[in-house]
Ligand binder design. Structure first.
Ligand code: A3P
Length: 345
C-alpha cells in the first residue's frame, strides 16, 4: 500500500516538474524570439519599405531564424524555393574607411531585421581578378535573403582604389554608400598597429610609426606613407563625387560609434529608409572588452573579435601634433563637402 502511494506521489511530482520545466523553456524561447523585434515605438508610425510592410513581425522573426540556418548550411534547396530566398546585389555598401570601424558598423546594422550582411569582405570592385569574374560571381558571394530585405557588404579598400567608383556606378548608379571615419591621426595609428601586429606575428621587424609618418629628410609629413594618405578623406571622396552626388553618401562618425553607437545607427537607419529597429537593448557595454557588444536576444550575444580594438603604441606627441596640423585643412574641406563637422583638432 505504502509502496503504491509513493509511486503515485513520484508520478505526480514528475508531471508537475515537467510542467514547470516546460513553462520555463517556453518562456525563454518566447522572450528570445520576441525581444529583437520589440519596436521602440509603434510600427505604424514608421516609414516602412512597402514590401516589408506586409510582413508580420513574427514572420520576419521566423525568416530570420531560417536565414541563420541557411548560413550554417542547414537549409535545403526546397526551403530556399519555398521561402522565395534570393541572393541580391547589395543596395548599400560600406566603402571605407579602413580602421574606421567598418566591421562594427556592418555587424551592428545586421541587428536590423531588414538587413542581411555579406560576412566576408568580397573585394569585387577593387580586385581586377575578381572584377573580371563578373556580376554573377559577385551576386553568388551574397548571402541568401528575403526579397524585402537589403543586403550590405563592406570592403574598405573600395574607398581608396582608383577604379572602384566607376565600377560601382556601372552596377547601380543609385546605390547608397556608407563611409565611416575616425579622427585621421588616430585612424592612421590604428592602421599602423594592424600592420605592426601582422609583422610581429611573422617575427619580422618594423619601423616605428614616427619614422614612417615623418620624412626624415624634410621633417615634414610623409604623404607617401599609405596610412597617412588614407586619412586624407577629402581627396578620396572627391574622386567618388565625380560619379555619385553627395546625397548618396552617409558619413558615420566612427569615434562616436565606439562611445555611443545607437544615435549613429539610427542615422544610418534613416539614410537607408529603414524603420528604426535597433534599440539600446541590442547594444551593451562590455567592460572586459572595453567596447559595445551586440545582443541579438536573451541567449545570443557577441562582441567583435580581439583584432578589433587593439592597444595602440605610444606616439611621440610632437609627431601627433604635426599630423593633426597636416590633416586640419583637409578636414575642413571634408566637413564642407559632407555638411557635417567632427570634433577633430
Ligand atoms: P582599433 O583596433 O584601432 O581600436 P575596422 O573594422 O574598420 O578595421 O575598424 C576597427 C576599429 O573599430 C577598431 O580600431 C575599434 O576601435 C573600432 N570599433 C568600433 N566599435 C567597436 C566595437 N564595438 N568593438 C570593437 N571595435 C570597435
Amino acid at each position: 500500500m505504502l509502496f503504491k502511494q509513493q509511486a503515485l506521489l513520484r508520478q505526480k511530482l514528475f508531471v508537475l516538474g515537467s510542467l514547470a520545466i516546460g513553462s520555463v523553456l517556453y518562456f525563454v524561447a518566447r522572450v528570445g524570439t520576441l525581444d529583437r523585434l520589440q519596436p521602440i515605438c509603434p510600427v505604424e508610425s514608421r516609414a516602412f519599405p512597402p514590401e516589408a510592410e506586409q510582413i508580420p513581425l513574427r514572420t520576419l522573426q521566423f525568416k530570420r531564424g531560417l536565414l541563420h540556418e541557411l548560413r550554417k548550411g542547414n537549409a535545403t534547396k526546397e526551403q530556399i524555393r519555398l521561402h522565395n530566398l534570393v541572393q541580391q546585389l547589395p543596395r548599400a555598401i560600406i566603402i571605407g574607411v579602413r580602421k574606421g570601424g567598418t566591421r562594427a558598423l556592418l555587424e551592428m546594422l545586421n541587428l536590423h531585421p531588414a538587413v542581411v550582411k555579406a560576412s566576408q569582405e568580397i573585394h569585387f570592385f577593387d580586385n581586377d581578378k575578381n572584377y573580371a569574374r563578373g556580376m554573377d560571381w559577385y551576386r553568388g558571394k551574397m548571402p541568401f535573403s528575403f526579397p524585402h530585405q537589403i543586403t550590405i557588404e563592406k570592403s574598405p579598400a573600395y574607398f581608396i582604389t582608383e577604379e572602384v567608383p566607376e565600377r560601382i556606378f556601372k552596377m547601380n548608379s543609385s546605390i547608397k554608400l556608407l563611409i565611416i571615419v575616425r579622427e585621421p591621426t588616430t585612424r592612421a595609428v590604428s592602421d599602423y598597429t594592424q600592420v605592426l601586429e601582422g609583422k610581429e606575428r611573422k617575427n619580422k621587424t618594423y619601423q616605428r610609426f614616427e619614422k614612417l609618418a615623418i620624412d626624415t629628410n624634410t621633417c615634414e609629413v610623409n604623404t607617401k606613407y599609405k596610412a597617412v594618405r588614407t586619412s586624407i578623406y577629402t581627396k578620396h571622396l572627391e574622386r567618388w563625387l565625380k560619379y555619385f552626388p553627395v546625397e548618396q553618401f552617409h558619413i558615420v562618425d566612427g569615434d562616436r560609434l565606439i562611445t555611443d553607437p545607437l544615435p549613429e545607427l539610427q542615422l544610418v537607419e534613416r539614410f537607408l529608409n529603414l524603420p528604426s529597429r535597433i534599440s539600446q537593448y541590442n547594444l551593451y557595454f562590455n567592460t572586459t572588452r572595453g567596447f559595445y557588444c551586440l545582443r541579438f536576444n536573451i541567449v545570443f550575444n557577441k562582441c567583435l573579435a580581439g583584432s578589433k580594438g587593439r592597444i595602440h603604441p605610444d606616439v611621440d606627441p610632437s609627431v601627433v601634433t604635426k599630423l593633426q596640423n597636416f590633416f586640419h585643412p583637409f578636414n575642413q574641406k571634408f566637413y564642407q563637402i559632407i555638411g557635417r563637422t567632427f570634433n577633430w583638432p
